[in-house]
Design a protein around this ligand. Structure first.
Ligand SMILES: Nc1ncnc2c1ncn2[C@@H]1O[C@H](COP(=O)(O)OP(=O)(O)OP(=O)(O)O)[C@@H](O)[C@H]1O
Length: 259
């Protein structure tokens, strides 16, 4: 949908007509490689409504990871504005960004990123403990039950399958009740059945728990689990699609063949 000229995705109702829990405005990220400047993000303006599942898709090198890292406060943009859960990230120090991530963001990575010396339960509780908050045990039990990992909680990551490790990582991200869960290729290291379970759970976390989820993927099948798919090409958002009624595989192929 076209945006009114000058309308702000940060302040205004913006793309999807509601308040945004995360928003970027005119985001630019450049990298210097020797004498060459690489524009990884070339003026991205986008807002994300709460309790929605958005996939960021696009070909390799299109800027998906860079956008996610900037939105999540893992990296800083060269110019532009970002708000996350009511906090403007622009101009924050590394220490302040760390606090925002700790308090407002849950992460699920392709490589699980669990601490090997801790049990599954200790891994799940870690972000809440580190934030100096009390674990919501009812929520923890509920999420662990949904994920079917109740009998694995005393195991260390090395004693778990990839699918089980990713389910522990999902529980860790959700138990902290973050403003947003960012998932970076969460099914990339999983077999198709485990991948489907992870995507089903992300969907349910949005529907049943009201979680906001933003997922980076290059897989049209994974993107189809989202409510909305942003397709990036050359550091710009080139499509902003509702998944219902859209052939995502085709939309992503068209974008690839146009490059
Ligand atoms: N640290 C860096 N230094 C220099 N260039 C970088 C750096 N990180 C990313 N880039 C470049 O920025 C562009 C966007 O990269 P990015 O990793 O965001 O793309 P992507 O869509 O996530 O790709 P992939 O699907 O392969 O992970 C690419 O041209 C990449 O080479």
């Amino acid at each position: 949908m076209a945006r009114e000229p000058g309308m702000s995705v940060i302040d205004g109702a913006g793309i999807d007509g509601g308040e945004h829990i995360v928003a970027a405005e005119n985001l630019v990220k450049t990298y210097q490689q020797g004498r060459t400047e690489i524009k990884a993000l070339d003026g991205v303006s986008v807002g994300f409504a709460p309790a929605r599942f958005t996939a960021i898709a696009g070909p390799s090198g299109s800027g998906k990871s860079t956008l996610m890292h900037c939105l999540a406060g893992l990296d800083t943009a060269t110019s532009g504005r970002i708000t996350l859960g009511g906090t403007e990230l622009t101009g924050l120090s590394d220490r302040e960004l760390t606090r925002v991530r700790r308090d407002k963001v849950g992460f699920v990575f392709q490589s699980f990123n669990l601490l090997p010396q801790l049990t599954a339960l200790e891994n799940i509780a870690l972000p809440v403990t580190m934030a100096g908050r009390r674990t919501d045990h009812d929520l923890l039990q509920h999420i662990v039950g949904l994920l079917g990992i109740g009998n694995r909680l005393s195991h260390r990551p090395s004693e778990l399958s990839g699918g089980q490790q990713q389910r522990v990582a999902l529980a860790r991200a959700l138990v902290a009740r973050p403003a947003v869960v960012f998932a970076d290729e969460p099914t990339g290291n999983l077999d198709s059945q485990s991948g489907t379970e992870v995507l089903d759970f992300l969907r349910r976390s949005v529907q049943d728990l009201g979680q906001t989820v933003i997922m980076v993927t290059h897989d049209p099948g994974a993107a189809a689990y989202a409510d909305r798919v942003l397709i990036l090409a050359d550091g710009r958002v080139v499509e902003d699609l509702a998944t219902s009624g859209t052939d995502i595989t085709r939309a992503m192929q068209v974008r690839r063949s146009n490059r």
